[in-house]
Structures are given as C-alpha cells and as structure tokens.
Design a protein around this ligand. Sequence first.
Ligand SMILES: Cc1cc2nc3c(=O)[nH]c(=O)nc-3n(C[C@H](O)[C@H](O)[C@H](O)COP(=O)(O)OP(=O)(O)OC[C@H]3O[C@@H](n4cnc5c(N)ncnc54)[C@H](O)[C@@H]3O)c2cc1C
Length: 450
Amino acid sequence: MTSLSPAARGRLADLIAGPVFTPGDDAYAVETAGFNLTLPHRPSLVVGATGPADVQHAVRFAADHDLAVAVHTTGHGAVVSADGSLMITTRRMSGVTVDAPGRSARVQGGVRWDQVIPAAAVHGLAGISGSSPQVGTVGFTLGGGLSPVFGRTRGFGADHVRAFDIVTADGQLRHVTADREPDLFWAARGGKGNFGVVTALEFGLFPISRLYGGGLFFTEAQAPAVLDVWRQWAPTVPENLSTSFCLLRLPGDPLILHVRIAFLGSTEEGAALIAPLRAAAPAFQDTVAEMPYTATATIHNDPTEPGAGIDRSALLRDLPRQALDTLLSAPEDDLMMTEIRLLGGALQRPPAVPAAVGNRQDAAYCLFTASIPAPVPGDAERIREAQRRLLERMAPWSTGGAYANFQSTEDTGPAAVRAAFAPDSWDRLLDIKKYFDPANLFRINHNIRR
Ligand SMILES: Cc1cc2nc3c(=O)[nH]c(=O)nc-3n(C[C@H](O)[C@H](O)[C@H](O)COP(=O)(O)OP(=O)(O)OC[C@H]3O[C@@H](n4cnc5c(N)ncnc54)[C@H](O)[C@@H]3O)c2cc1C
C-alpha cells in the first residue's frame, strides 16, 4: 500500500470541504464498505467529496502522488480491489432536480435510483432504472442501464443522457453534451468509469405512474412446462411487455421458478397477454397486478443487504428447448440464482445519439447467474467452476459478447472487458481513453486498456 505522509494528507484535507479518511480512522470502514463483501477495499486515502471542487482537488492530488483513483458510490458494481488507491466516495453529492415540463432530471454524482424515483414520481415521471433502486444512477447509466420495465420500449439508460459534468484526469471539470465534447459523450455512455468522475448527470424522464407487473412463482415440478411456454411466448409479446425468469436454488430447498412481468398497458390487456403463462401451471404465488411505478423493485425483489456474491453473465442470441434443459439440469446448490431477461425491442435498435454501449443487435436474451459462497475453504472455487461450466454449456447460444453492467469481478481481464464492445468501438474507446486519461488514473474498474 502506498504510504502518504501526514503532511501530504493534511495538505489535501485543507483543500477538501468534505472529510478525508486514512486507514485506522474510525469511519474508514463504513466509508469504504461495498455491497459485495467478497471484495473489501483498503484504499490509502478516502475523500468524501461534497461537490466538483472536492473531486478536482482529489484527482489532481492522485495524479501528483501516482495513485489510482477509485470511485465509490454504492459499491454495487465494485469489481476490482481499490487497495492502495485514492478513493472518492460520492454519496454526499446527493442533489436531485426534476424539470417536469422538460421531462428530465439532473442528479449529482452520488445519487441512487431510490432518491430519483420518488422525486420524479411526484410529477408522474420516471427515469430508466434497473431492478434494484439502491444502485447508483451514474454507475448504472454509464454501464448501459438495462431497465426491466422500460428497456424494450426506450432502450438503454445511456441512450437518454442529455449531458453530464465530469472531472477528467487532468483535474478539469467539463460539461459534456453531444455537441460540446462528442467523443467523451459517446465513450462514457457505455465505457463506464474509465473517463473520469461524473459529478452531475442529466437524463430524460418518461410519463408513467402505474403498470401491470409482478411475479409468478412455480414449483420445481412445474418449471420445465412453464419455461417451455415462456420460451415460445416471450419472443411474441409486444415491446411494452418486459419479462424475465429466475431459477432459485437455495441450499436444502427445492428449486423455485420466478417469472417476472412488467406491462406498460392496461390491466385487462396485460392479463390477456400473460394468460398462457397462468394456464401453463397453477402458480403457488401470483403477485402480478396493477402497481404504482414506485413499487417496481418488488418485481425482481433483489437483495437489499450487502453480502458475499460471485456472478457471471452472458448474452444469448437464442433460447431453444435444449438451452432451457441445460439451465434446468445445472447441478443443484452450485448456482443459487440464474436469470434470463428478454431483451429485444429498442434494446436491439441503434439509439438516436450513438453511444459506446455494445452488443445490441444480436443479443436477444441476457443470462446472469449469482451464488453466495459459504465461508468455508474451497466453496468460492466450487461456485466459480460451476458458473464457468454453465457458461461453457450455454456457449452454443451465446453471442460471445457481454453486457458491461453485468460483468463482474470475474471479467476484469482485457479480453473480457473488450467483449462488452463492438470491435470498431473498442479502437475508438482506446483512443479516447488515451487522450483523456493517458496515465490510466481511472483503472479501478473494467479497465479500457490494450
Ligand atoms: C442487486 C443489483 C441489481 C442490479 N440491477 C441492474 C439492472 O437491472 N440493470 C443494469 O443495467 N445494471 C444492474 N446492476 C448493475 C449496476 O448497474 C452496476 O453494478 C453499476 O455499476 C452500479 O453502480 P453503483 O454506483 O451503484 O456502484 P459502485 O460500486 O459504487 O460503482 C461502480 C462503478 O461505477 C462507476 N461509477 C460510479 N459512480 C460514478 C461516478 N459518479 N463517476 C464515474 N464513475 C462512477 C465506477 O467505475 C465504479 O467503480 C445491478 C447490480 C446489483 C448489485
């Protein structure tokens, strides 16, 4: 770990309006805590930024002292150890402003979706957020931003960014739009935290206050028949219906199939559309009903407490019967949750303003698998091996590409990072990275490098 003299830390602390922590400080552990506990962080220095000026001082200090910069908002997407780095925590930058007539929001760099959703809902509006509202708005959007409600009708969150303010490696605060900084505007919308620290983000909102959504839960015995219906039915549904399923295998319990629905239309039309699923088998729990947009987190019911987790993902072009049999026959207990989201619609079309988000056209489904390792020697390796085998067995239907936001601690090598982008995008990303961050200060991430 790089050791910094107390004098150097003192000089930085004098410049920063927010708190500065070093290992040994009482609040250090809380400030650096992540969501995925398999990856604890031990940065040399932590800056609790309160605004762009703090970020600028911190970035300049890191450059002068040859420290990598880690950006930490909620810790939901931390994939590389931040040990020895200068970590900038953004949660104190928490302002949200909604422009209802302009159907847009401007959020500061540390805002979570659960801070945006209620503020926009007051105006009958919502942004493109993911399955967990605890996730950070900036991290989610820069990594693409796949919504289980809006994705198929509106595309990725990155497609609806109007502007952002970013502190680049030279310490400059830049206001970036499609016209002012077209390269940076393109690259950061998909290239994630590689280009600097975003201190504010402006993005479009859409009118919505209710939807027809929820989950259908089936037993292990029912799962093959229901999934066979789902696989034939899902490609036929209109774009305003989003759906996914999750196979839950909790140790010692029988498998549960959770089918998720979000329909942006009337209750009657929604009920008619999902009738084939309800007819496939009697669900032991059926929560699909009219719901306010603010309740959409209940559709996936993602975990809300930090824990250890190991995950992998893949994009699939097709989901024939054989692929479902492969998922269903995976060894029990090794794969605790395996999810397939239907993509398609606007997610497969080019956006109005090009963005670096890759692999749109040929990906029809997204596969994600996660497990919690037991705290016993060898368990994490057992899970990694099971996940590796699953991806290998699903390879016949895989596009070979990846979705950046679902890449994990297991996908940080250069080839894995590159797989999230189109080949011609990759060369352009490398050029833009070299121009804005020649020393690769921002490398505590899925790092864009040769
Ligand atoms: C339970 C769960 C559910 C999820 N659901 C979805 C989903 O439905 N759709 C989807 O697309 N993704 C989803 N994700 C993935 C999530 O969008 C990414 O992991 C995202 O990067 C998390 O951002 P964060 O700020 O919350 O996390 P952090 O760990 O704090 O940040 C992750 C990375 O984002 C970058 N970053 C964060 N803030 C800034 C900033 N202000 N400036 C510059 N870079 C920044 C940095 O590179 C940082 O390392 C989910 C993740 C989890 C754990």
